[in-house]
Write a protein that binds this ligand. Structure first.
Ligand code: PRP
Length: 177
């Protein structure tokens, strides 16, 4: 049984769209001239962010997905990152952009960047929508960050609480009642 809660809007759909456009512009500039970019979404949380981001990137990219999980249905990180579904494609010699919804303790992104670096890519960078720097246990920072947020339990725009609320078009914070 979940504790009863309400969701208060924290970042509007409009503010997200404007930031996503800005991130995509910077990414397009950084990777201009390459036809080797593979954008890798971390499932499941990044599915909406990557869908919006790639539509604003003006380059000949490929898209792939990696499914990892460290939280399951819990609100506490297990600190053990499990690869549930690997990439379909090879990334040797490719420019790789990992797209993630949120960095909290940092275990997930650190693990994924290390894993992909073992496959001889040309480079691996990360773009995250949300960053909670106050929660960090592993020192990691993405090349691109959409918003730094305080230590609130957030949902929406792909992010869940016990698998619910991923479909909210905005980022909200969970307030237990
Ligand atoms: C969430 C989120 C990030 C990770 C961030 O994933 O999507 O991948 O936790 O936390 P960390 O920095 O403390 O590692 P989750 O395991 O809930 O899977 P999901 O993406 O399928 O929701």
């Amino acid at each position: 049984m979940q504790r009863p809660y309400v969701i208060d809007q924290m970042i509007s759909a409009k503010a997200i769209a404007a930031r996503v456009e800005g991130l995509a512009r910077e990414i397009s500039t950084r990777f201009a001239g390459t036809d080797k970019l593979v954008v890798v979404g971390l499932l499941r949380g990044s599915f909406i962010f990557i869908a919006d981001l790639v539509r604003e990137i003006d380059l000949p990219i490929e898209v792939d997905f990696l499914e990892v999980s460290s939280y399951g249905d819990s609100t506490e990180s297990s600190r053990e990152v499990r690869v549930l579904k690997d990439l379909r494609g090879e990334i040797a010699g490719r420019d790789v952009l990992v797209v993630e919804d949120i960095v909290d303790t940092g275990f997930t992104l650190t693990h994924v960047l290390k894993l992909l670096a073992t496959r001889d890519p040309n480079c691996v960078e990360a773009c995250v929508l949300l960053d909670k720097p106050s929660r960090r246990e592993v020192p990691i920072r993405a090349t691109w960050t959409g918003f730094e947020i305080p230590d609130e339990f957030v949902v929406g725009y792909g992010i869940d609480y016990a698998q619910r609320n991923r479909n909210l078009p905005y980022i909200g914070k969970v307030r237990f009642t």
